[in-house]
Ligand binder design. Structure first.
Ligand SMILES: [Zn+2]
Length: 114
């Protein structure tokens, strides 16, 4: 099988080889654009702040998924156990002190049962 570029949905993990899905980062299973997928309570995320990466779970989320509190068992850039993060209009995440945060959903809610 030849190597083909694919798009993997960060929420449900569905992988699409459709060029349009890839281009638009669209998930046919979630029927959402990846960049519009709201992150919700219970999602597992990976946070990177100032070069340090932790895995945590979302314990608070605004309805649009752009204001979150993430809980983890670590000290991340001075934050003990929890970090509130906000997403700005350009898609960049930051903490309340304005530090850049890299956030990635690693285990979203399964598409099953939705
Ligand atoms: Zn999906």
């Amino acid at each position: 099988m030849p190597h083909t570029a694919s798009f993997k949905c960060p929420r449900c993990g569905f992988e699409s080889y459709n060029a349009n899905d890839l281009k638009h980062r669209y998930c046919v299973r979630c029927h959402l654009f990846a960049d519009d997928l709201p992150i919700r309570v219970g999602d597992q995320v990976r946070l990177t702040v100032e070069g340090q990466t932790v895995t945590g779970s979302v314990i608070l989320a605004s309805p649009n998924g752009r204001s979150l509190a993430v809980e983890f068992e670590a000290i991340l850039a001075g934050a003990v156990g929890m970090l509130p993060v906000l997403q700005s209009d350009n898609g960049q995440w930051q903490d309340l002190m304005g530090r850049a945060v890299e956030l990635r959903v690693i285990v979203g809610r399964s598409a099953v049962g939705r």
